[in-house]
Write a protein that binds this ligand. Structure first.
Ligand code: HEM
Length: 240
């Protein structure tokens, strides 16, 4: 059961539009990984259903390209959201790397090594979440750049020598491995398999985090929220 429903206070972590962005990203990334690795490993059992029409219709290749457009379209929308909405600008500011992240990293390491009694505290985004987010940004640029050059090969060959196409393919493939493993090992541990959140951190479903989840994962932000709430509560209202 969602922890957020057990506590009397729940904190909004993701708005509806942010959750939609996340799920479109998850769907398009998964489809790109399946159809991309299917090209690399055409003999694999799980690839066979994708290749049934291959003689008449390049289903796998089309699905890869269609979801590439969804993925890149979403990325462009996301940049607009970050730059042109007040909530997006707030999120972008919170995602910016800061000196405090190094101190948090040090505190966390010391805690994990048993040299610190209390767990490290994090703000709206921990240094791990920031690293994951900016790795995704960088990975998207690399995949879109190399992917479109592979897609529009004739155009690419007007600019680059032929051997560079091999290089783009290798970069595309290894970045695909890196991204897929990062999602499976790192992201899935953080939001699913970590015993503290298992079976799922549900904030990306209903948008909310419970007070105890906030304390554990975003203690510094929670303190600030409480302080703001207190100072607002003590402000004189117009009626007074
Ligand atoms: C961002 C936009 C992307 C574009 C425009 C794109 C485009 C392409 C193109 C044109 C190819 C080669 C031909 C073909 O598939 O028929 C390809 C191959 C591939 N793509 Fe993508 N792709 C993108 C993102 C991704 C992502 C996110 C992944 C996986 C996480 C991925 C994994 C792969 C793999 C594994 C291959 C096979 C590489 C090889 O043959 O060694 N692609 N992609």
């Amino acid at each position: 059961m969602n922890d957020a429903n057990n506590n009397n206070r729940a904190y909004l972590r993701w708005t509806r539009v942010e959750r939609y962005q996340h799920w479109i990203l998850a769907l398009s990334f998964t489809m790109l990984a399946i159809t991309g690795f299917a090209l690399k490993y055409p003999e694999a059992v799980w690839v066979q259903p994708l290749l049934v029409f291959e003689e008449n219709f390049a289903l796998r290749g089309w699905v890869h390209r269609i979801f590439a457009l969804v993925f890149v379209g979403l990325s462009i929308y996301h940049v607009g959201y970050l730059l042109f909405t007040p909530r997006g600008r707030m999120q972008l500011k919170a995602l910016a790397p800061r000196r405090q992240d190094f101190f948090d990293f040090k505190d966390n390491l010391r805690f994990l090594l048993g040299k610190r009694a209390t767990p490290a505290e994090f703000d709206r985004f921990s240094y791990m979440e920031k690293a994951e987010y900016w790795a995704l940004v960088w990975g998207t640029v690399v995949m879109a750049f190399t992917g479109f050059l592979l897609w529009f090969e004739n155009f690419a060959l007007r600019i680059f020598p032929f051997w560079m196409m091999e290089v783009f393919t290798v970069i595309h493939l290894y970045e695909a491995w890196l991204a897929t493993l990062a999602i499976f090992v790192w992201h899935f541990y953080a939001v699913i398999f970590n015993p503290e959140v298992y079976p799922l951190n549900q904030s990306m479903i209903d948008g909310y985090m419970s007070e105890s989840e906030m304390e554990r994962e975003h203690g510094r932000e929670l303190e600030r929220m409480r302080a703001n709430a207190e100072s607002e509560a003590t402000l004189p209202t117009q009626a007074q």
